[in-house]
Design a protein around this ligand. Sequence first.
Ligand SMILES: *Cc1c(COP(=O)(O)O)cnc(C)c1O
Length: 343
Amino acid sequence: MARPLVGHMDPAFVSMMEEIKGMLRRVFQTKNDMTFPVSGTGSAGMEFCFVNLIEPGDEVIIGVNGVFGMRMCDVAERCGARVTRVESTWGQIITPRQIAEALKTVPRPKLVAVVHAETSTGALTPVEDIARLAHDAGALFLLDTVTSLGGCPVDIDGWQVDAVYSGTQKCLSAPPGLAPVSLSPRAMQVATGRKTKVQSWYLDVNLLSSYWGSERVYHHTAPISMNYGLHEALRLVLEEGLENRWRRHEKNHLLLKGGLAEMNLEIVSQAGHQLWQLNAVGVPAGVDEAAVRKQLLTDSNIEIGAGLGPMKGKIWRIGLMGETSREKNVETVLIALRKALKK
Ligand SMILES: *Cc1c(COP(=O)(O)O)cnc(C)c1O
């Protein structure tokens, strides 16, 4: 990222854009032409998907089992969508049965949206059957892969996802600042065939496609250095290999889980659906959870997350994402946690 800057139309940058698109297709496992990084963090990717696909009055079904499902509802409502929430207890997954029930009550669903890896709770929702149900009802399927991409299997074409967004700073291990997205040909048909203009000029795929596509027409200045960073991060992901990377995340999650069990601590998200990259650890009774986090940070330079919403005060969230998913880090956090709990 410290490389000298070039212009956003420089042939050297243009060929880098092509390489980024190509590598993103491999990481998302898609052939979608419209695959590129939106300027902005993961939430900009979320807005990109909703503003391009939703017109006022559209009916949308959203799975809500944590903070990011709630955020999707807020974004969709700002686009004028009529939102039906499908709610699960935080820490649990969204099931195909729940989505099927909701589809019975919504006459003309435009879109079904789910968070793959809920970072606020540590639950991984399987989405293949949900995607099929959405399509059978004539709806598009939208998936949040901000925390899953690069940390566990994500198969956009295999699962038939129509719109997907991610972020750079979770399991891709780049700094925050870009939101990789991909739209299927079906989603592109919806975005290009709208009756109303996309509410956001900045995120309008009809305009962005002329810069990121073959025409190279100026829309906004691409954040050059961020794209350098993403290019290198994707190169490292593919050098390691997707399968190897997933196995590494799985192995270190199991290592952490084993070490926690020795301290009588457990991961509280739904058994069988626990994320490898975000571990939601139950805070034992009588322990001041904030004091433990503070001590880890000041004594050991380790930052772990607090619980959010209904899980505030009840869990710690230990991230093992991308480069940080290392055996050494697991050992270090276990030792530090043991020390803090003793104190
Ligand atoms: C982090 C995150 C987001 C939002 O990404 P920002 O980069 O913070 O804008 C959205 N969804 C999920 C699941 C996330 O973990």
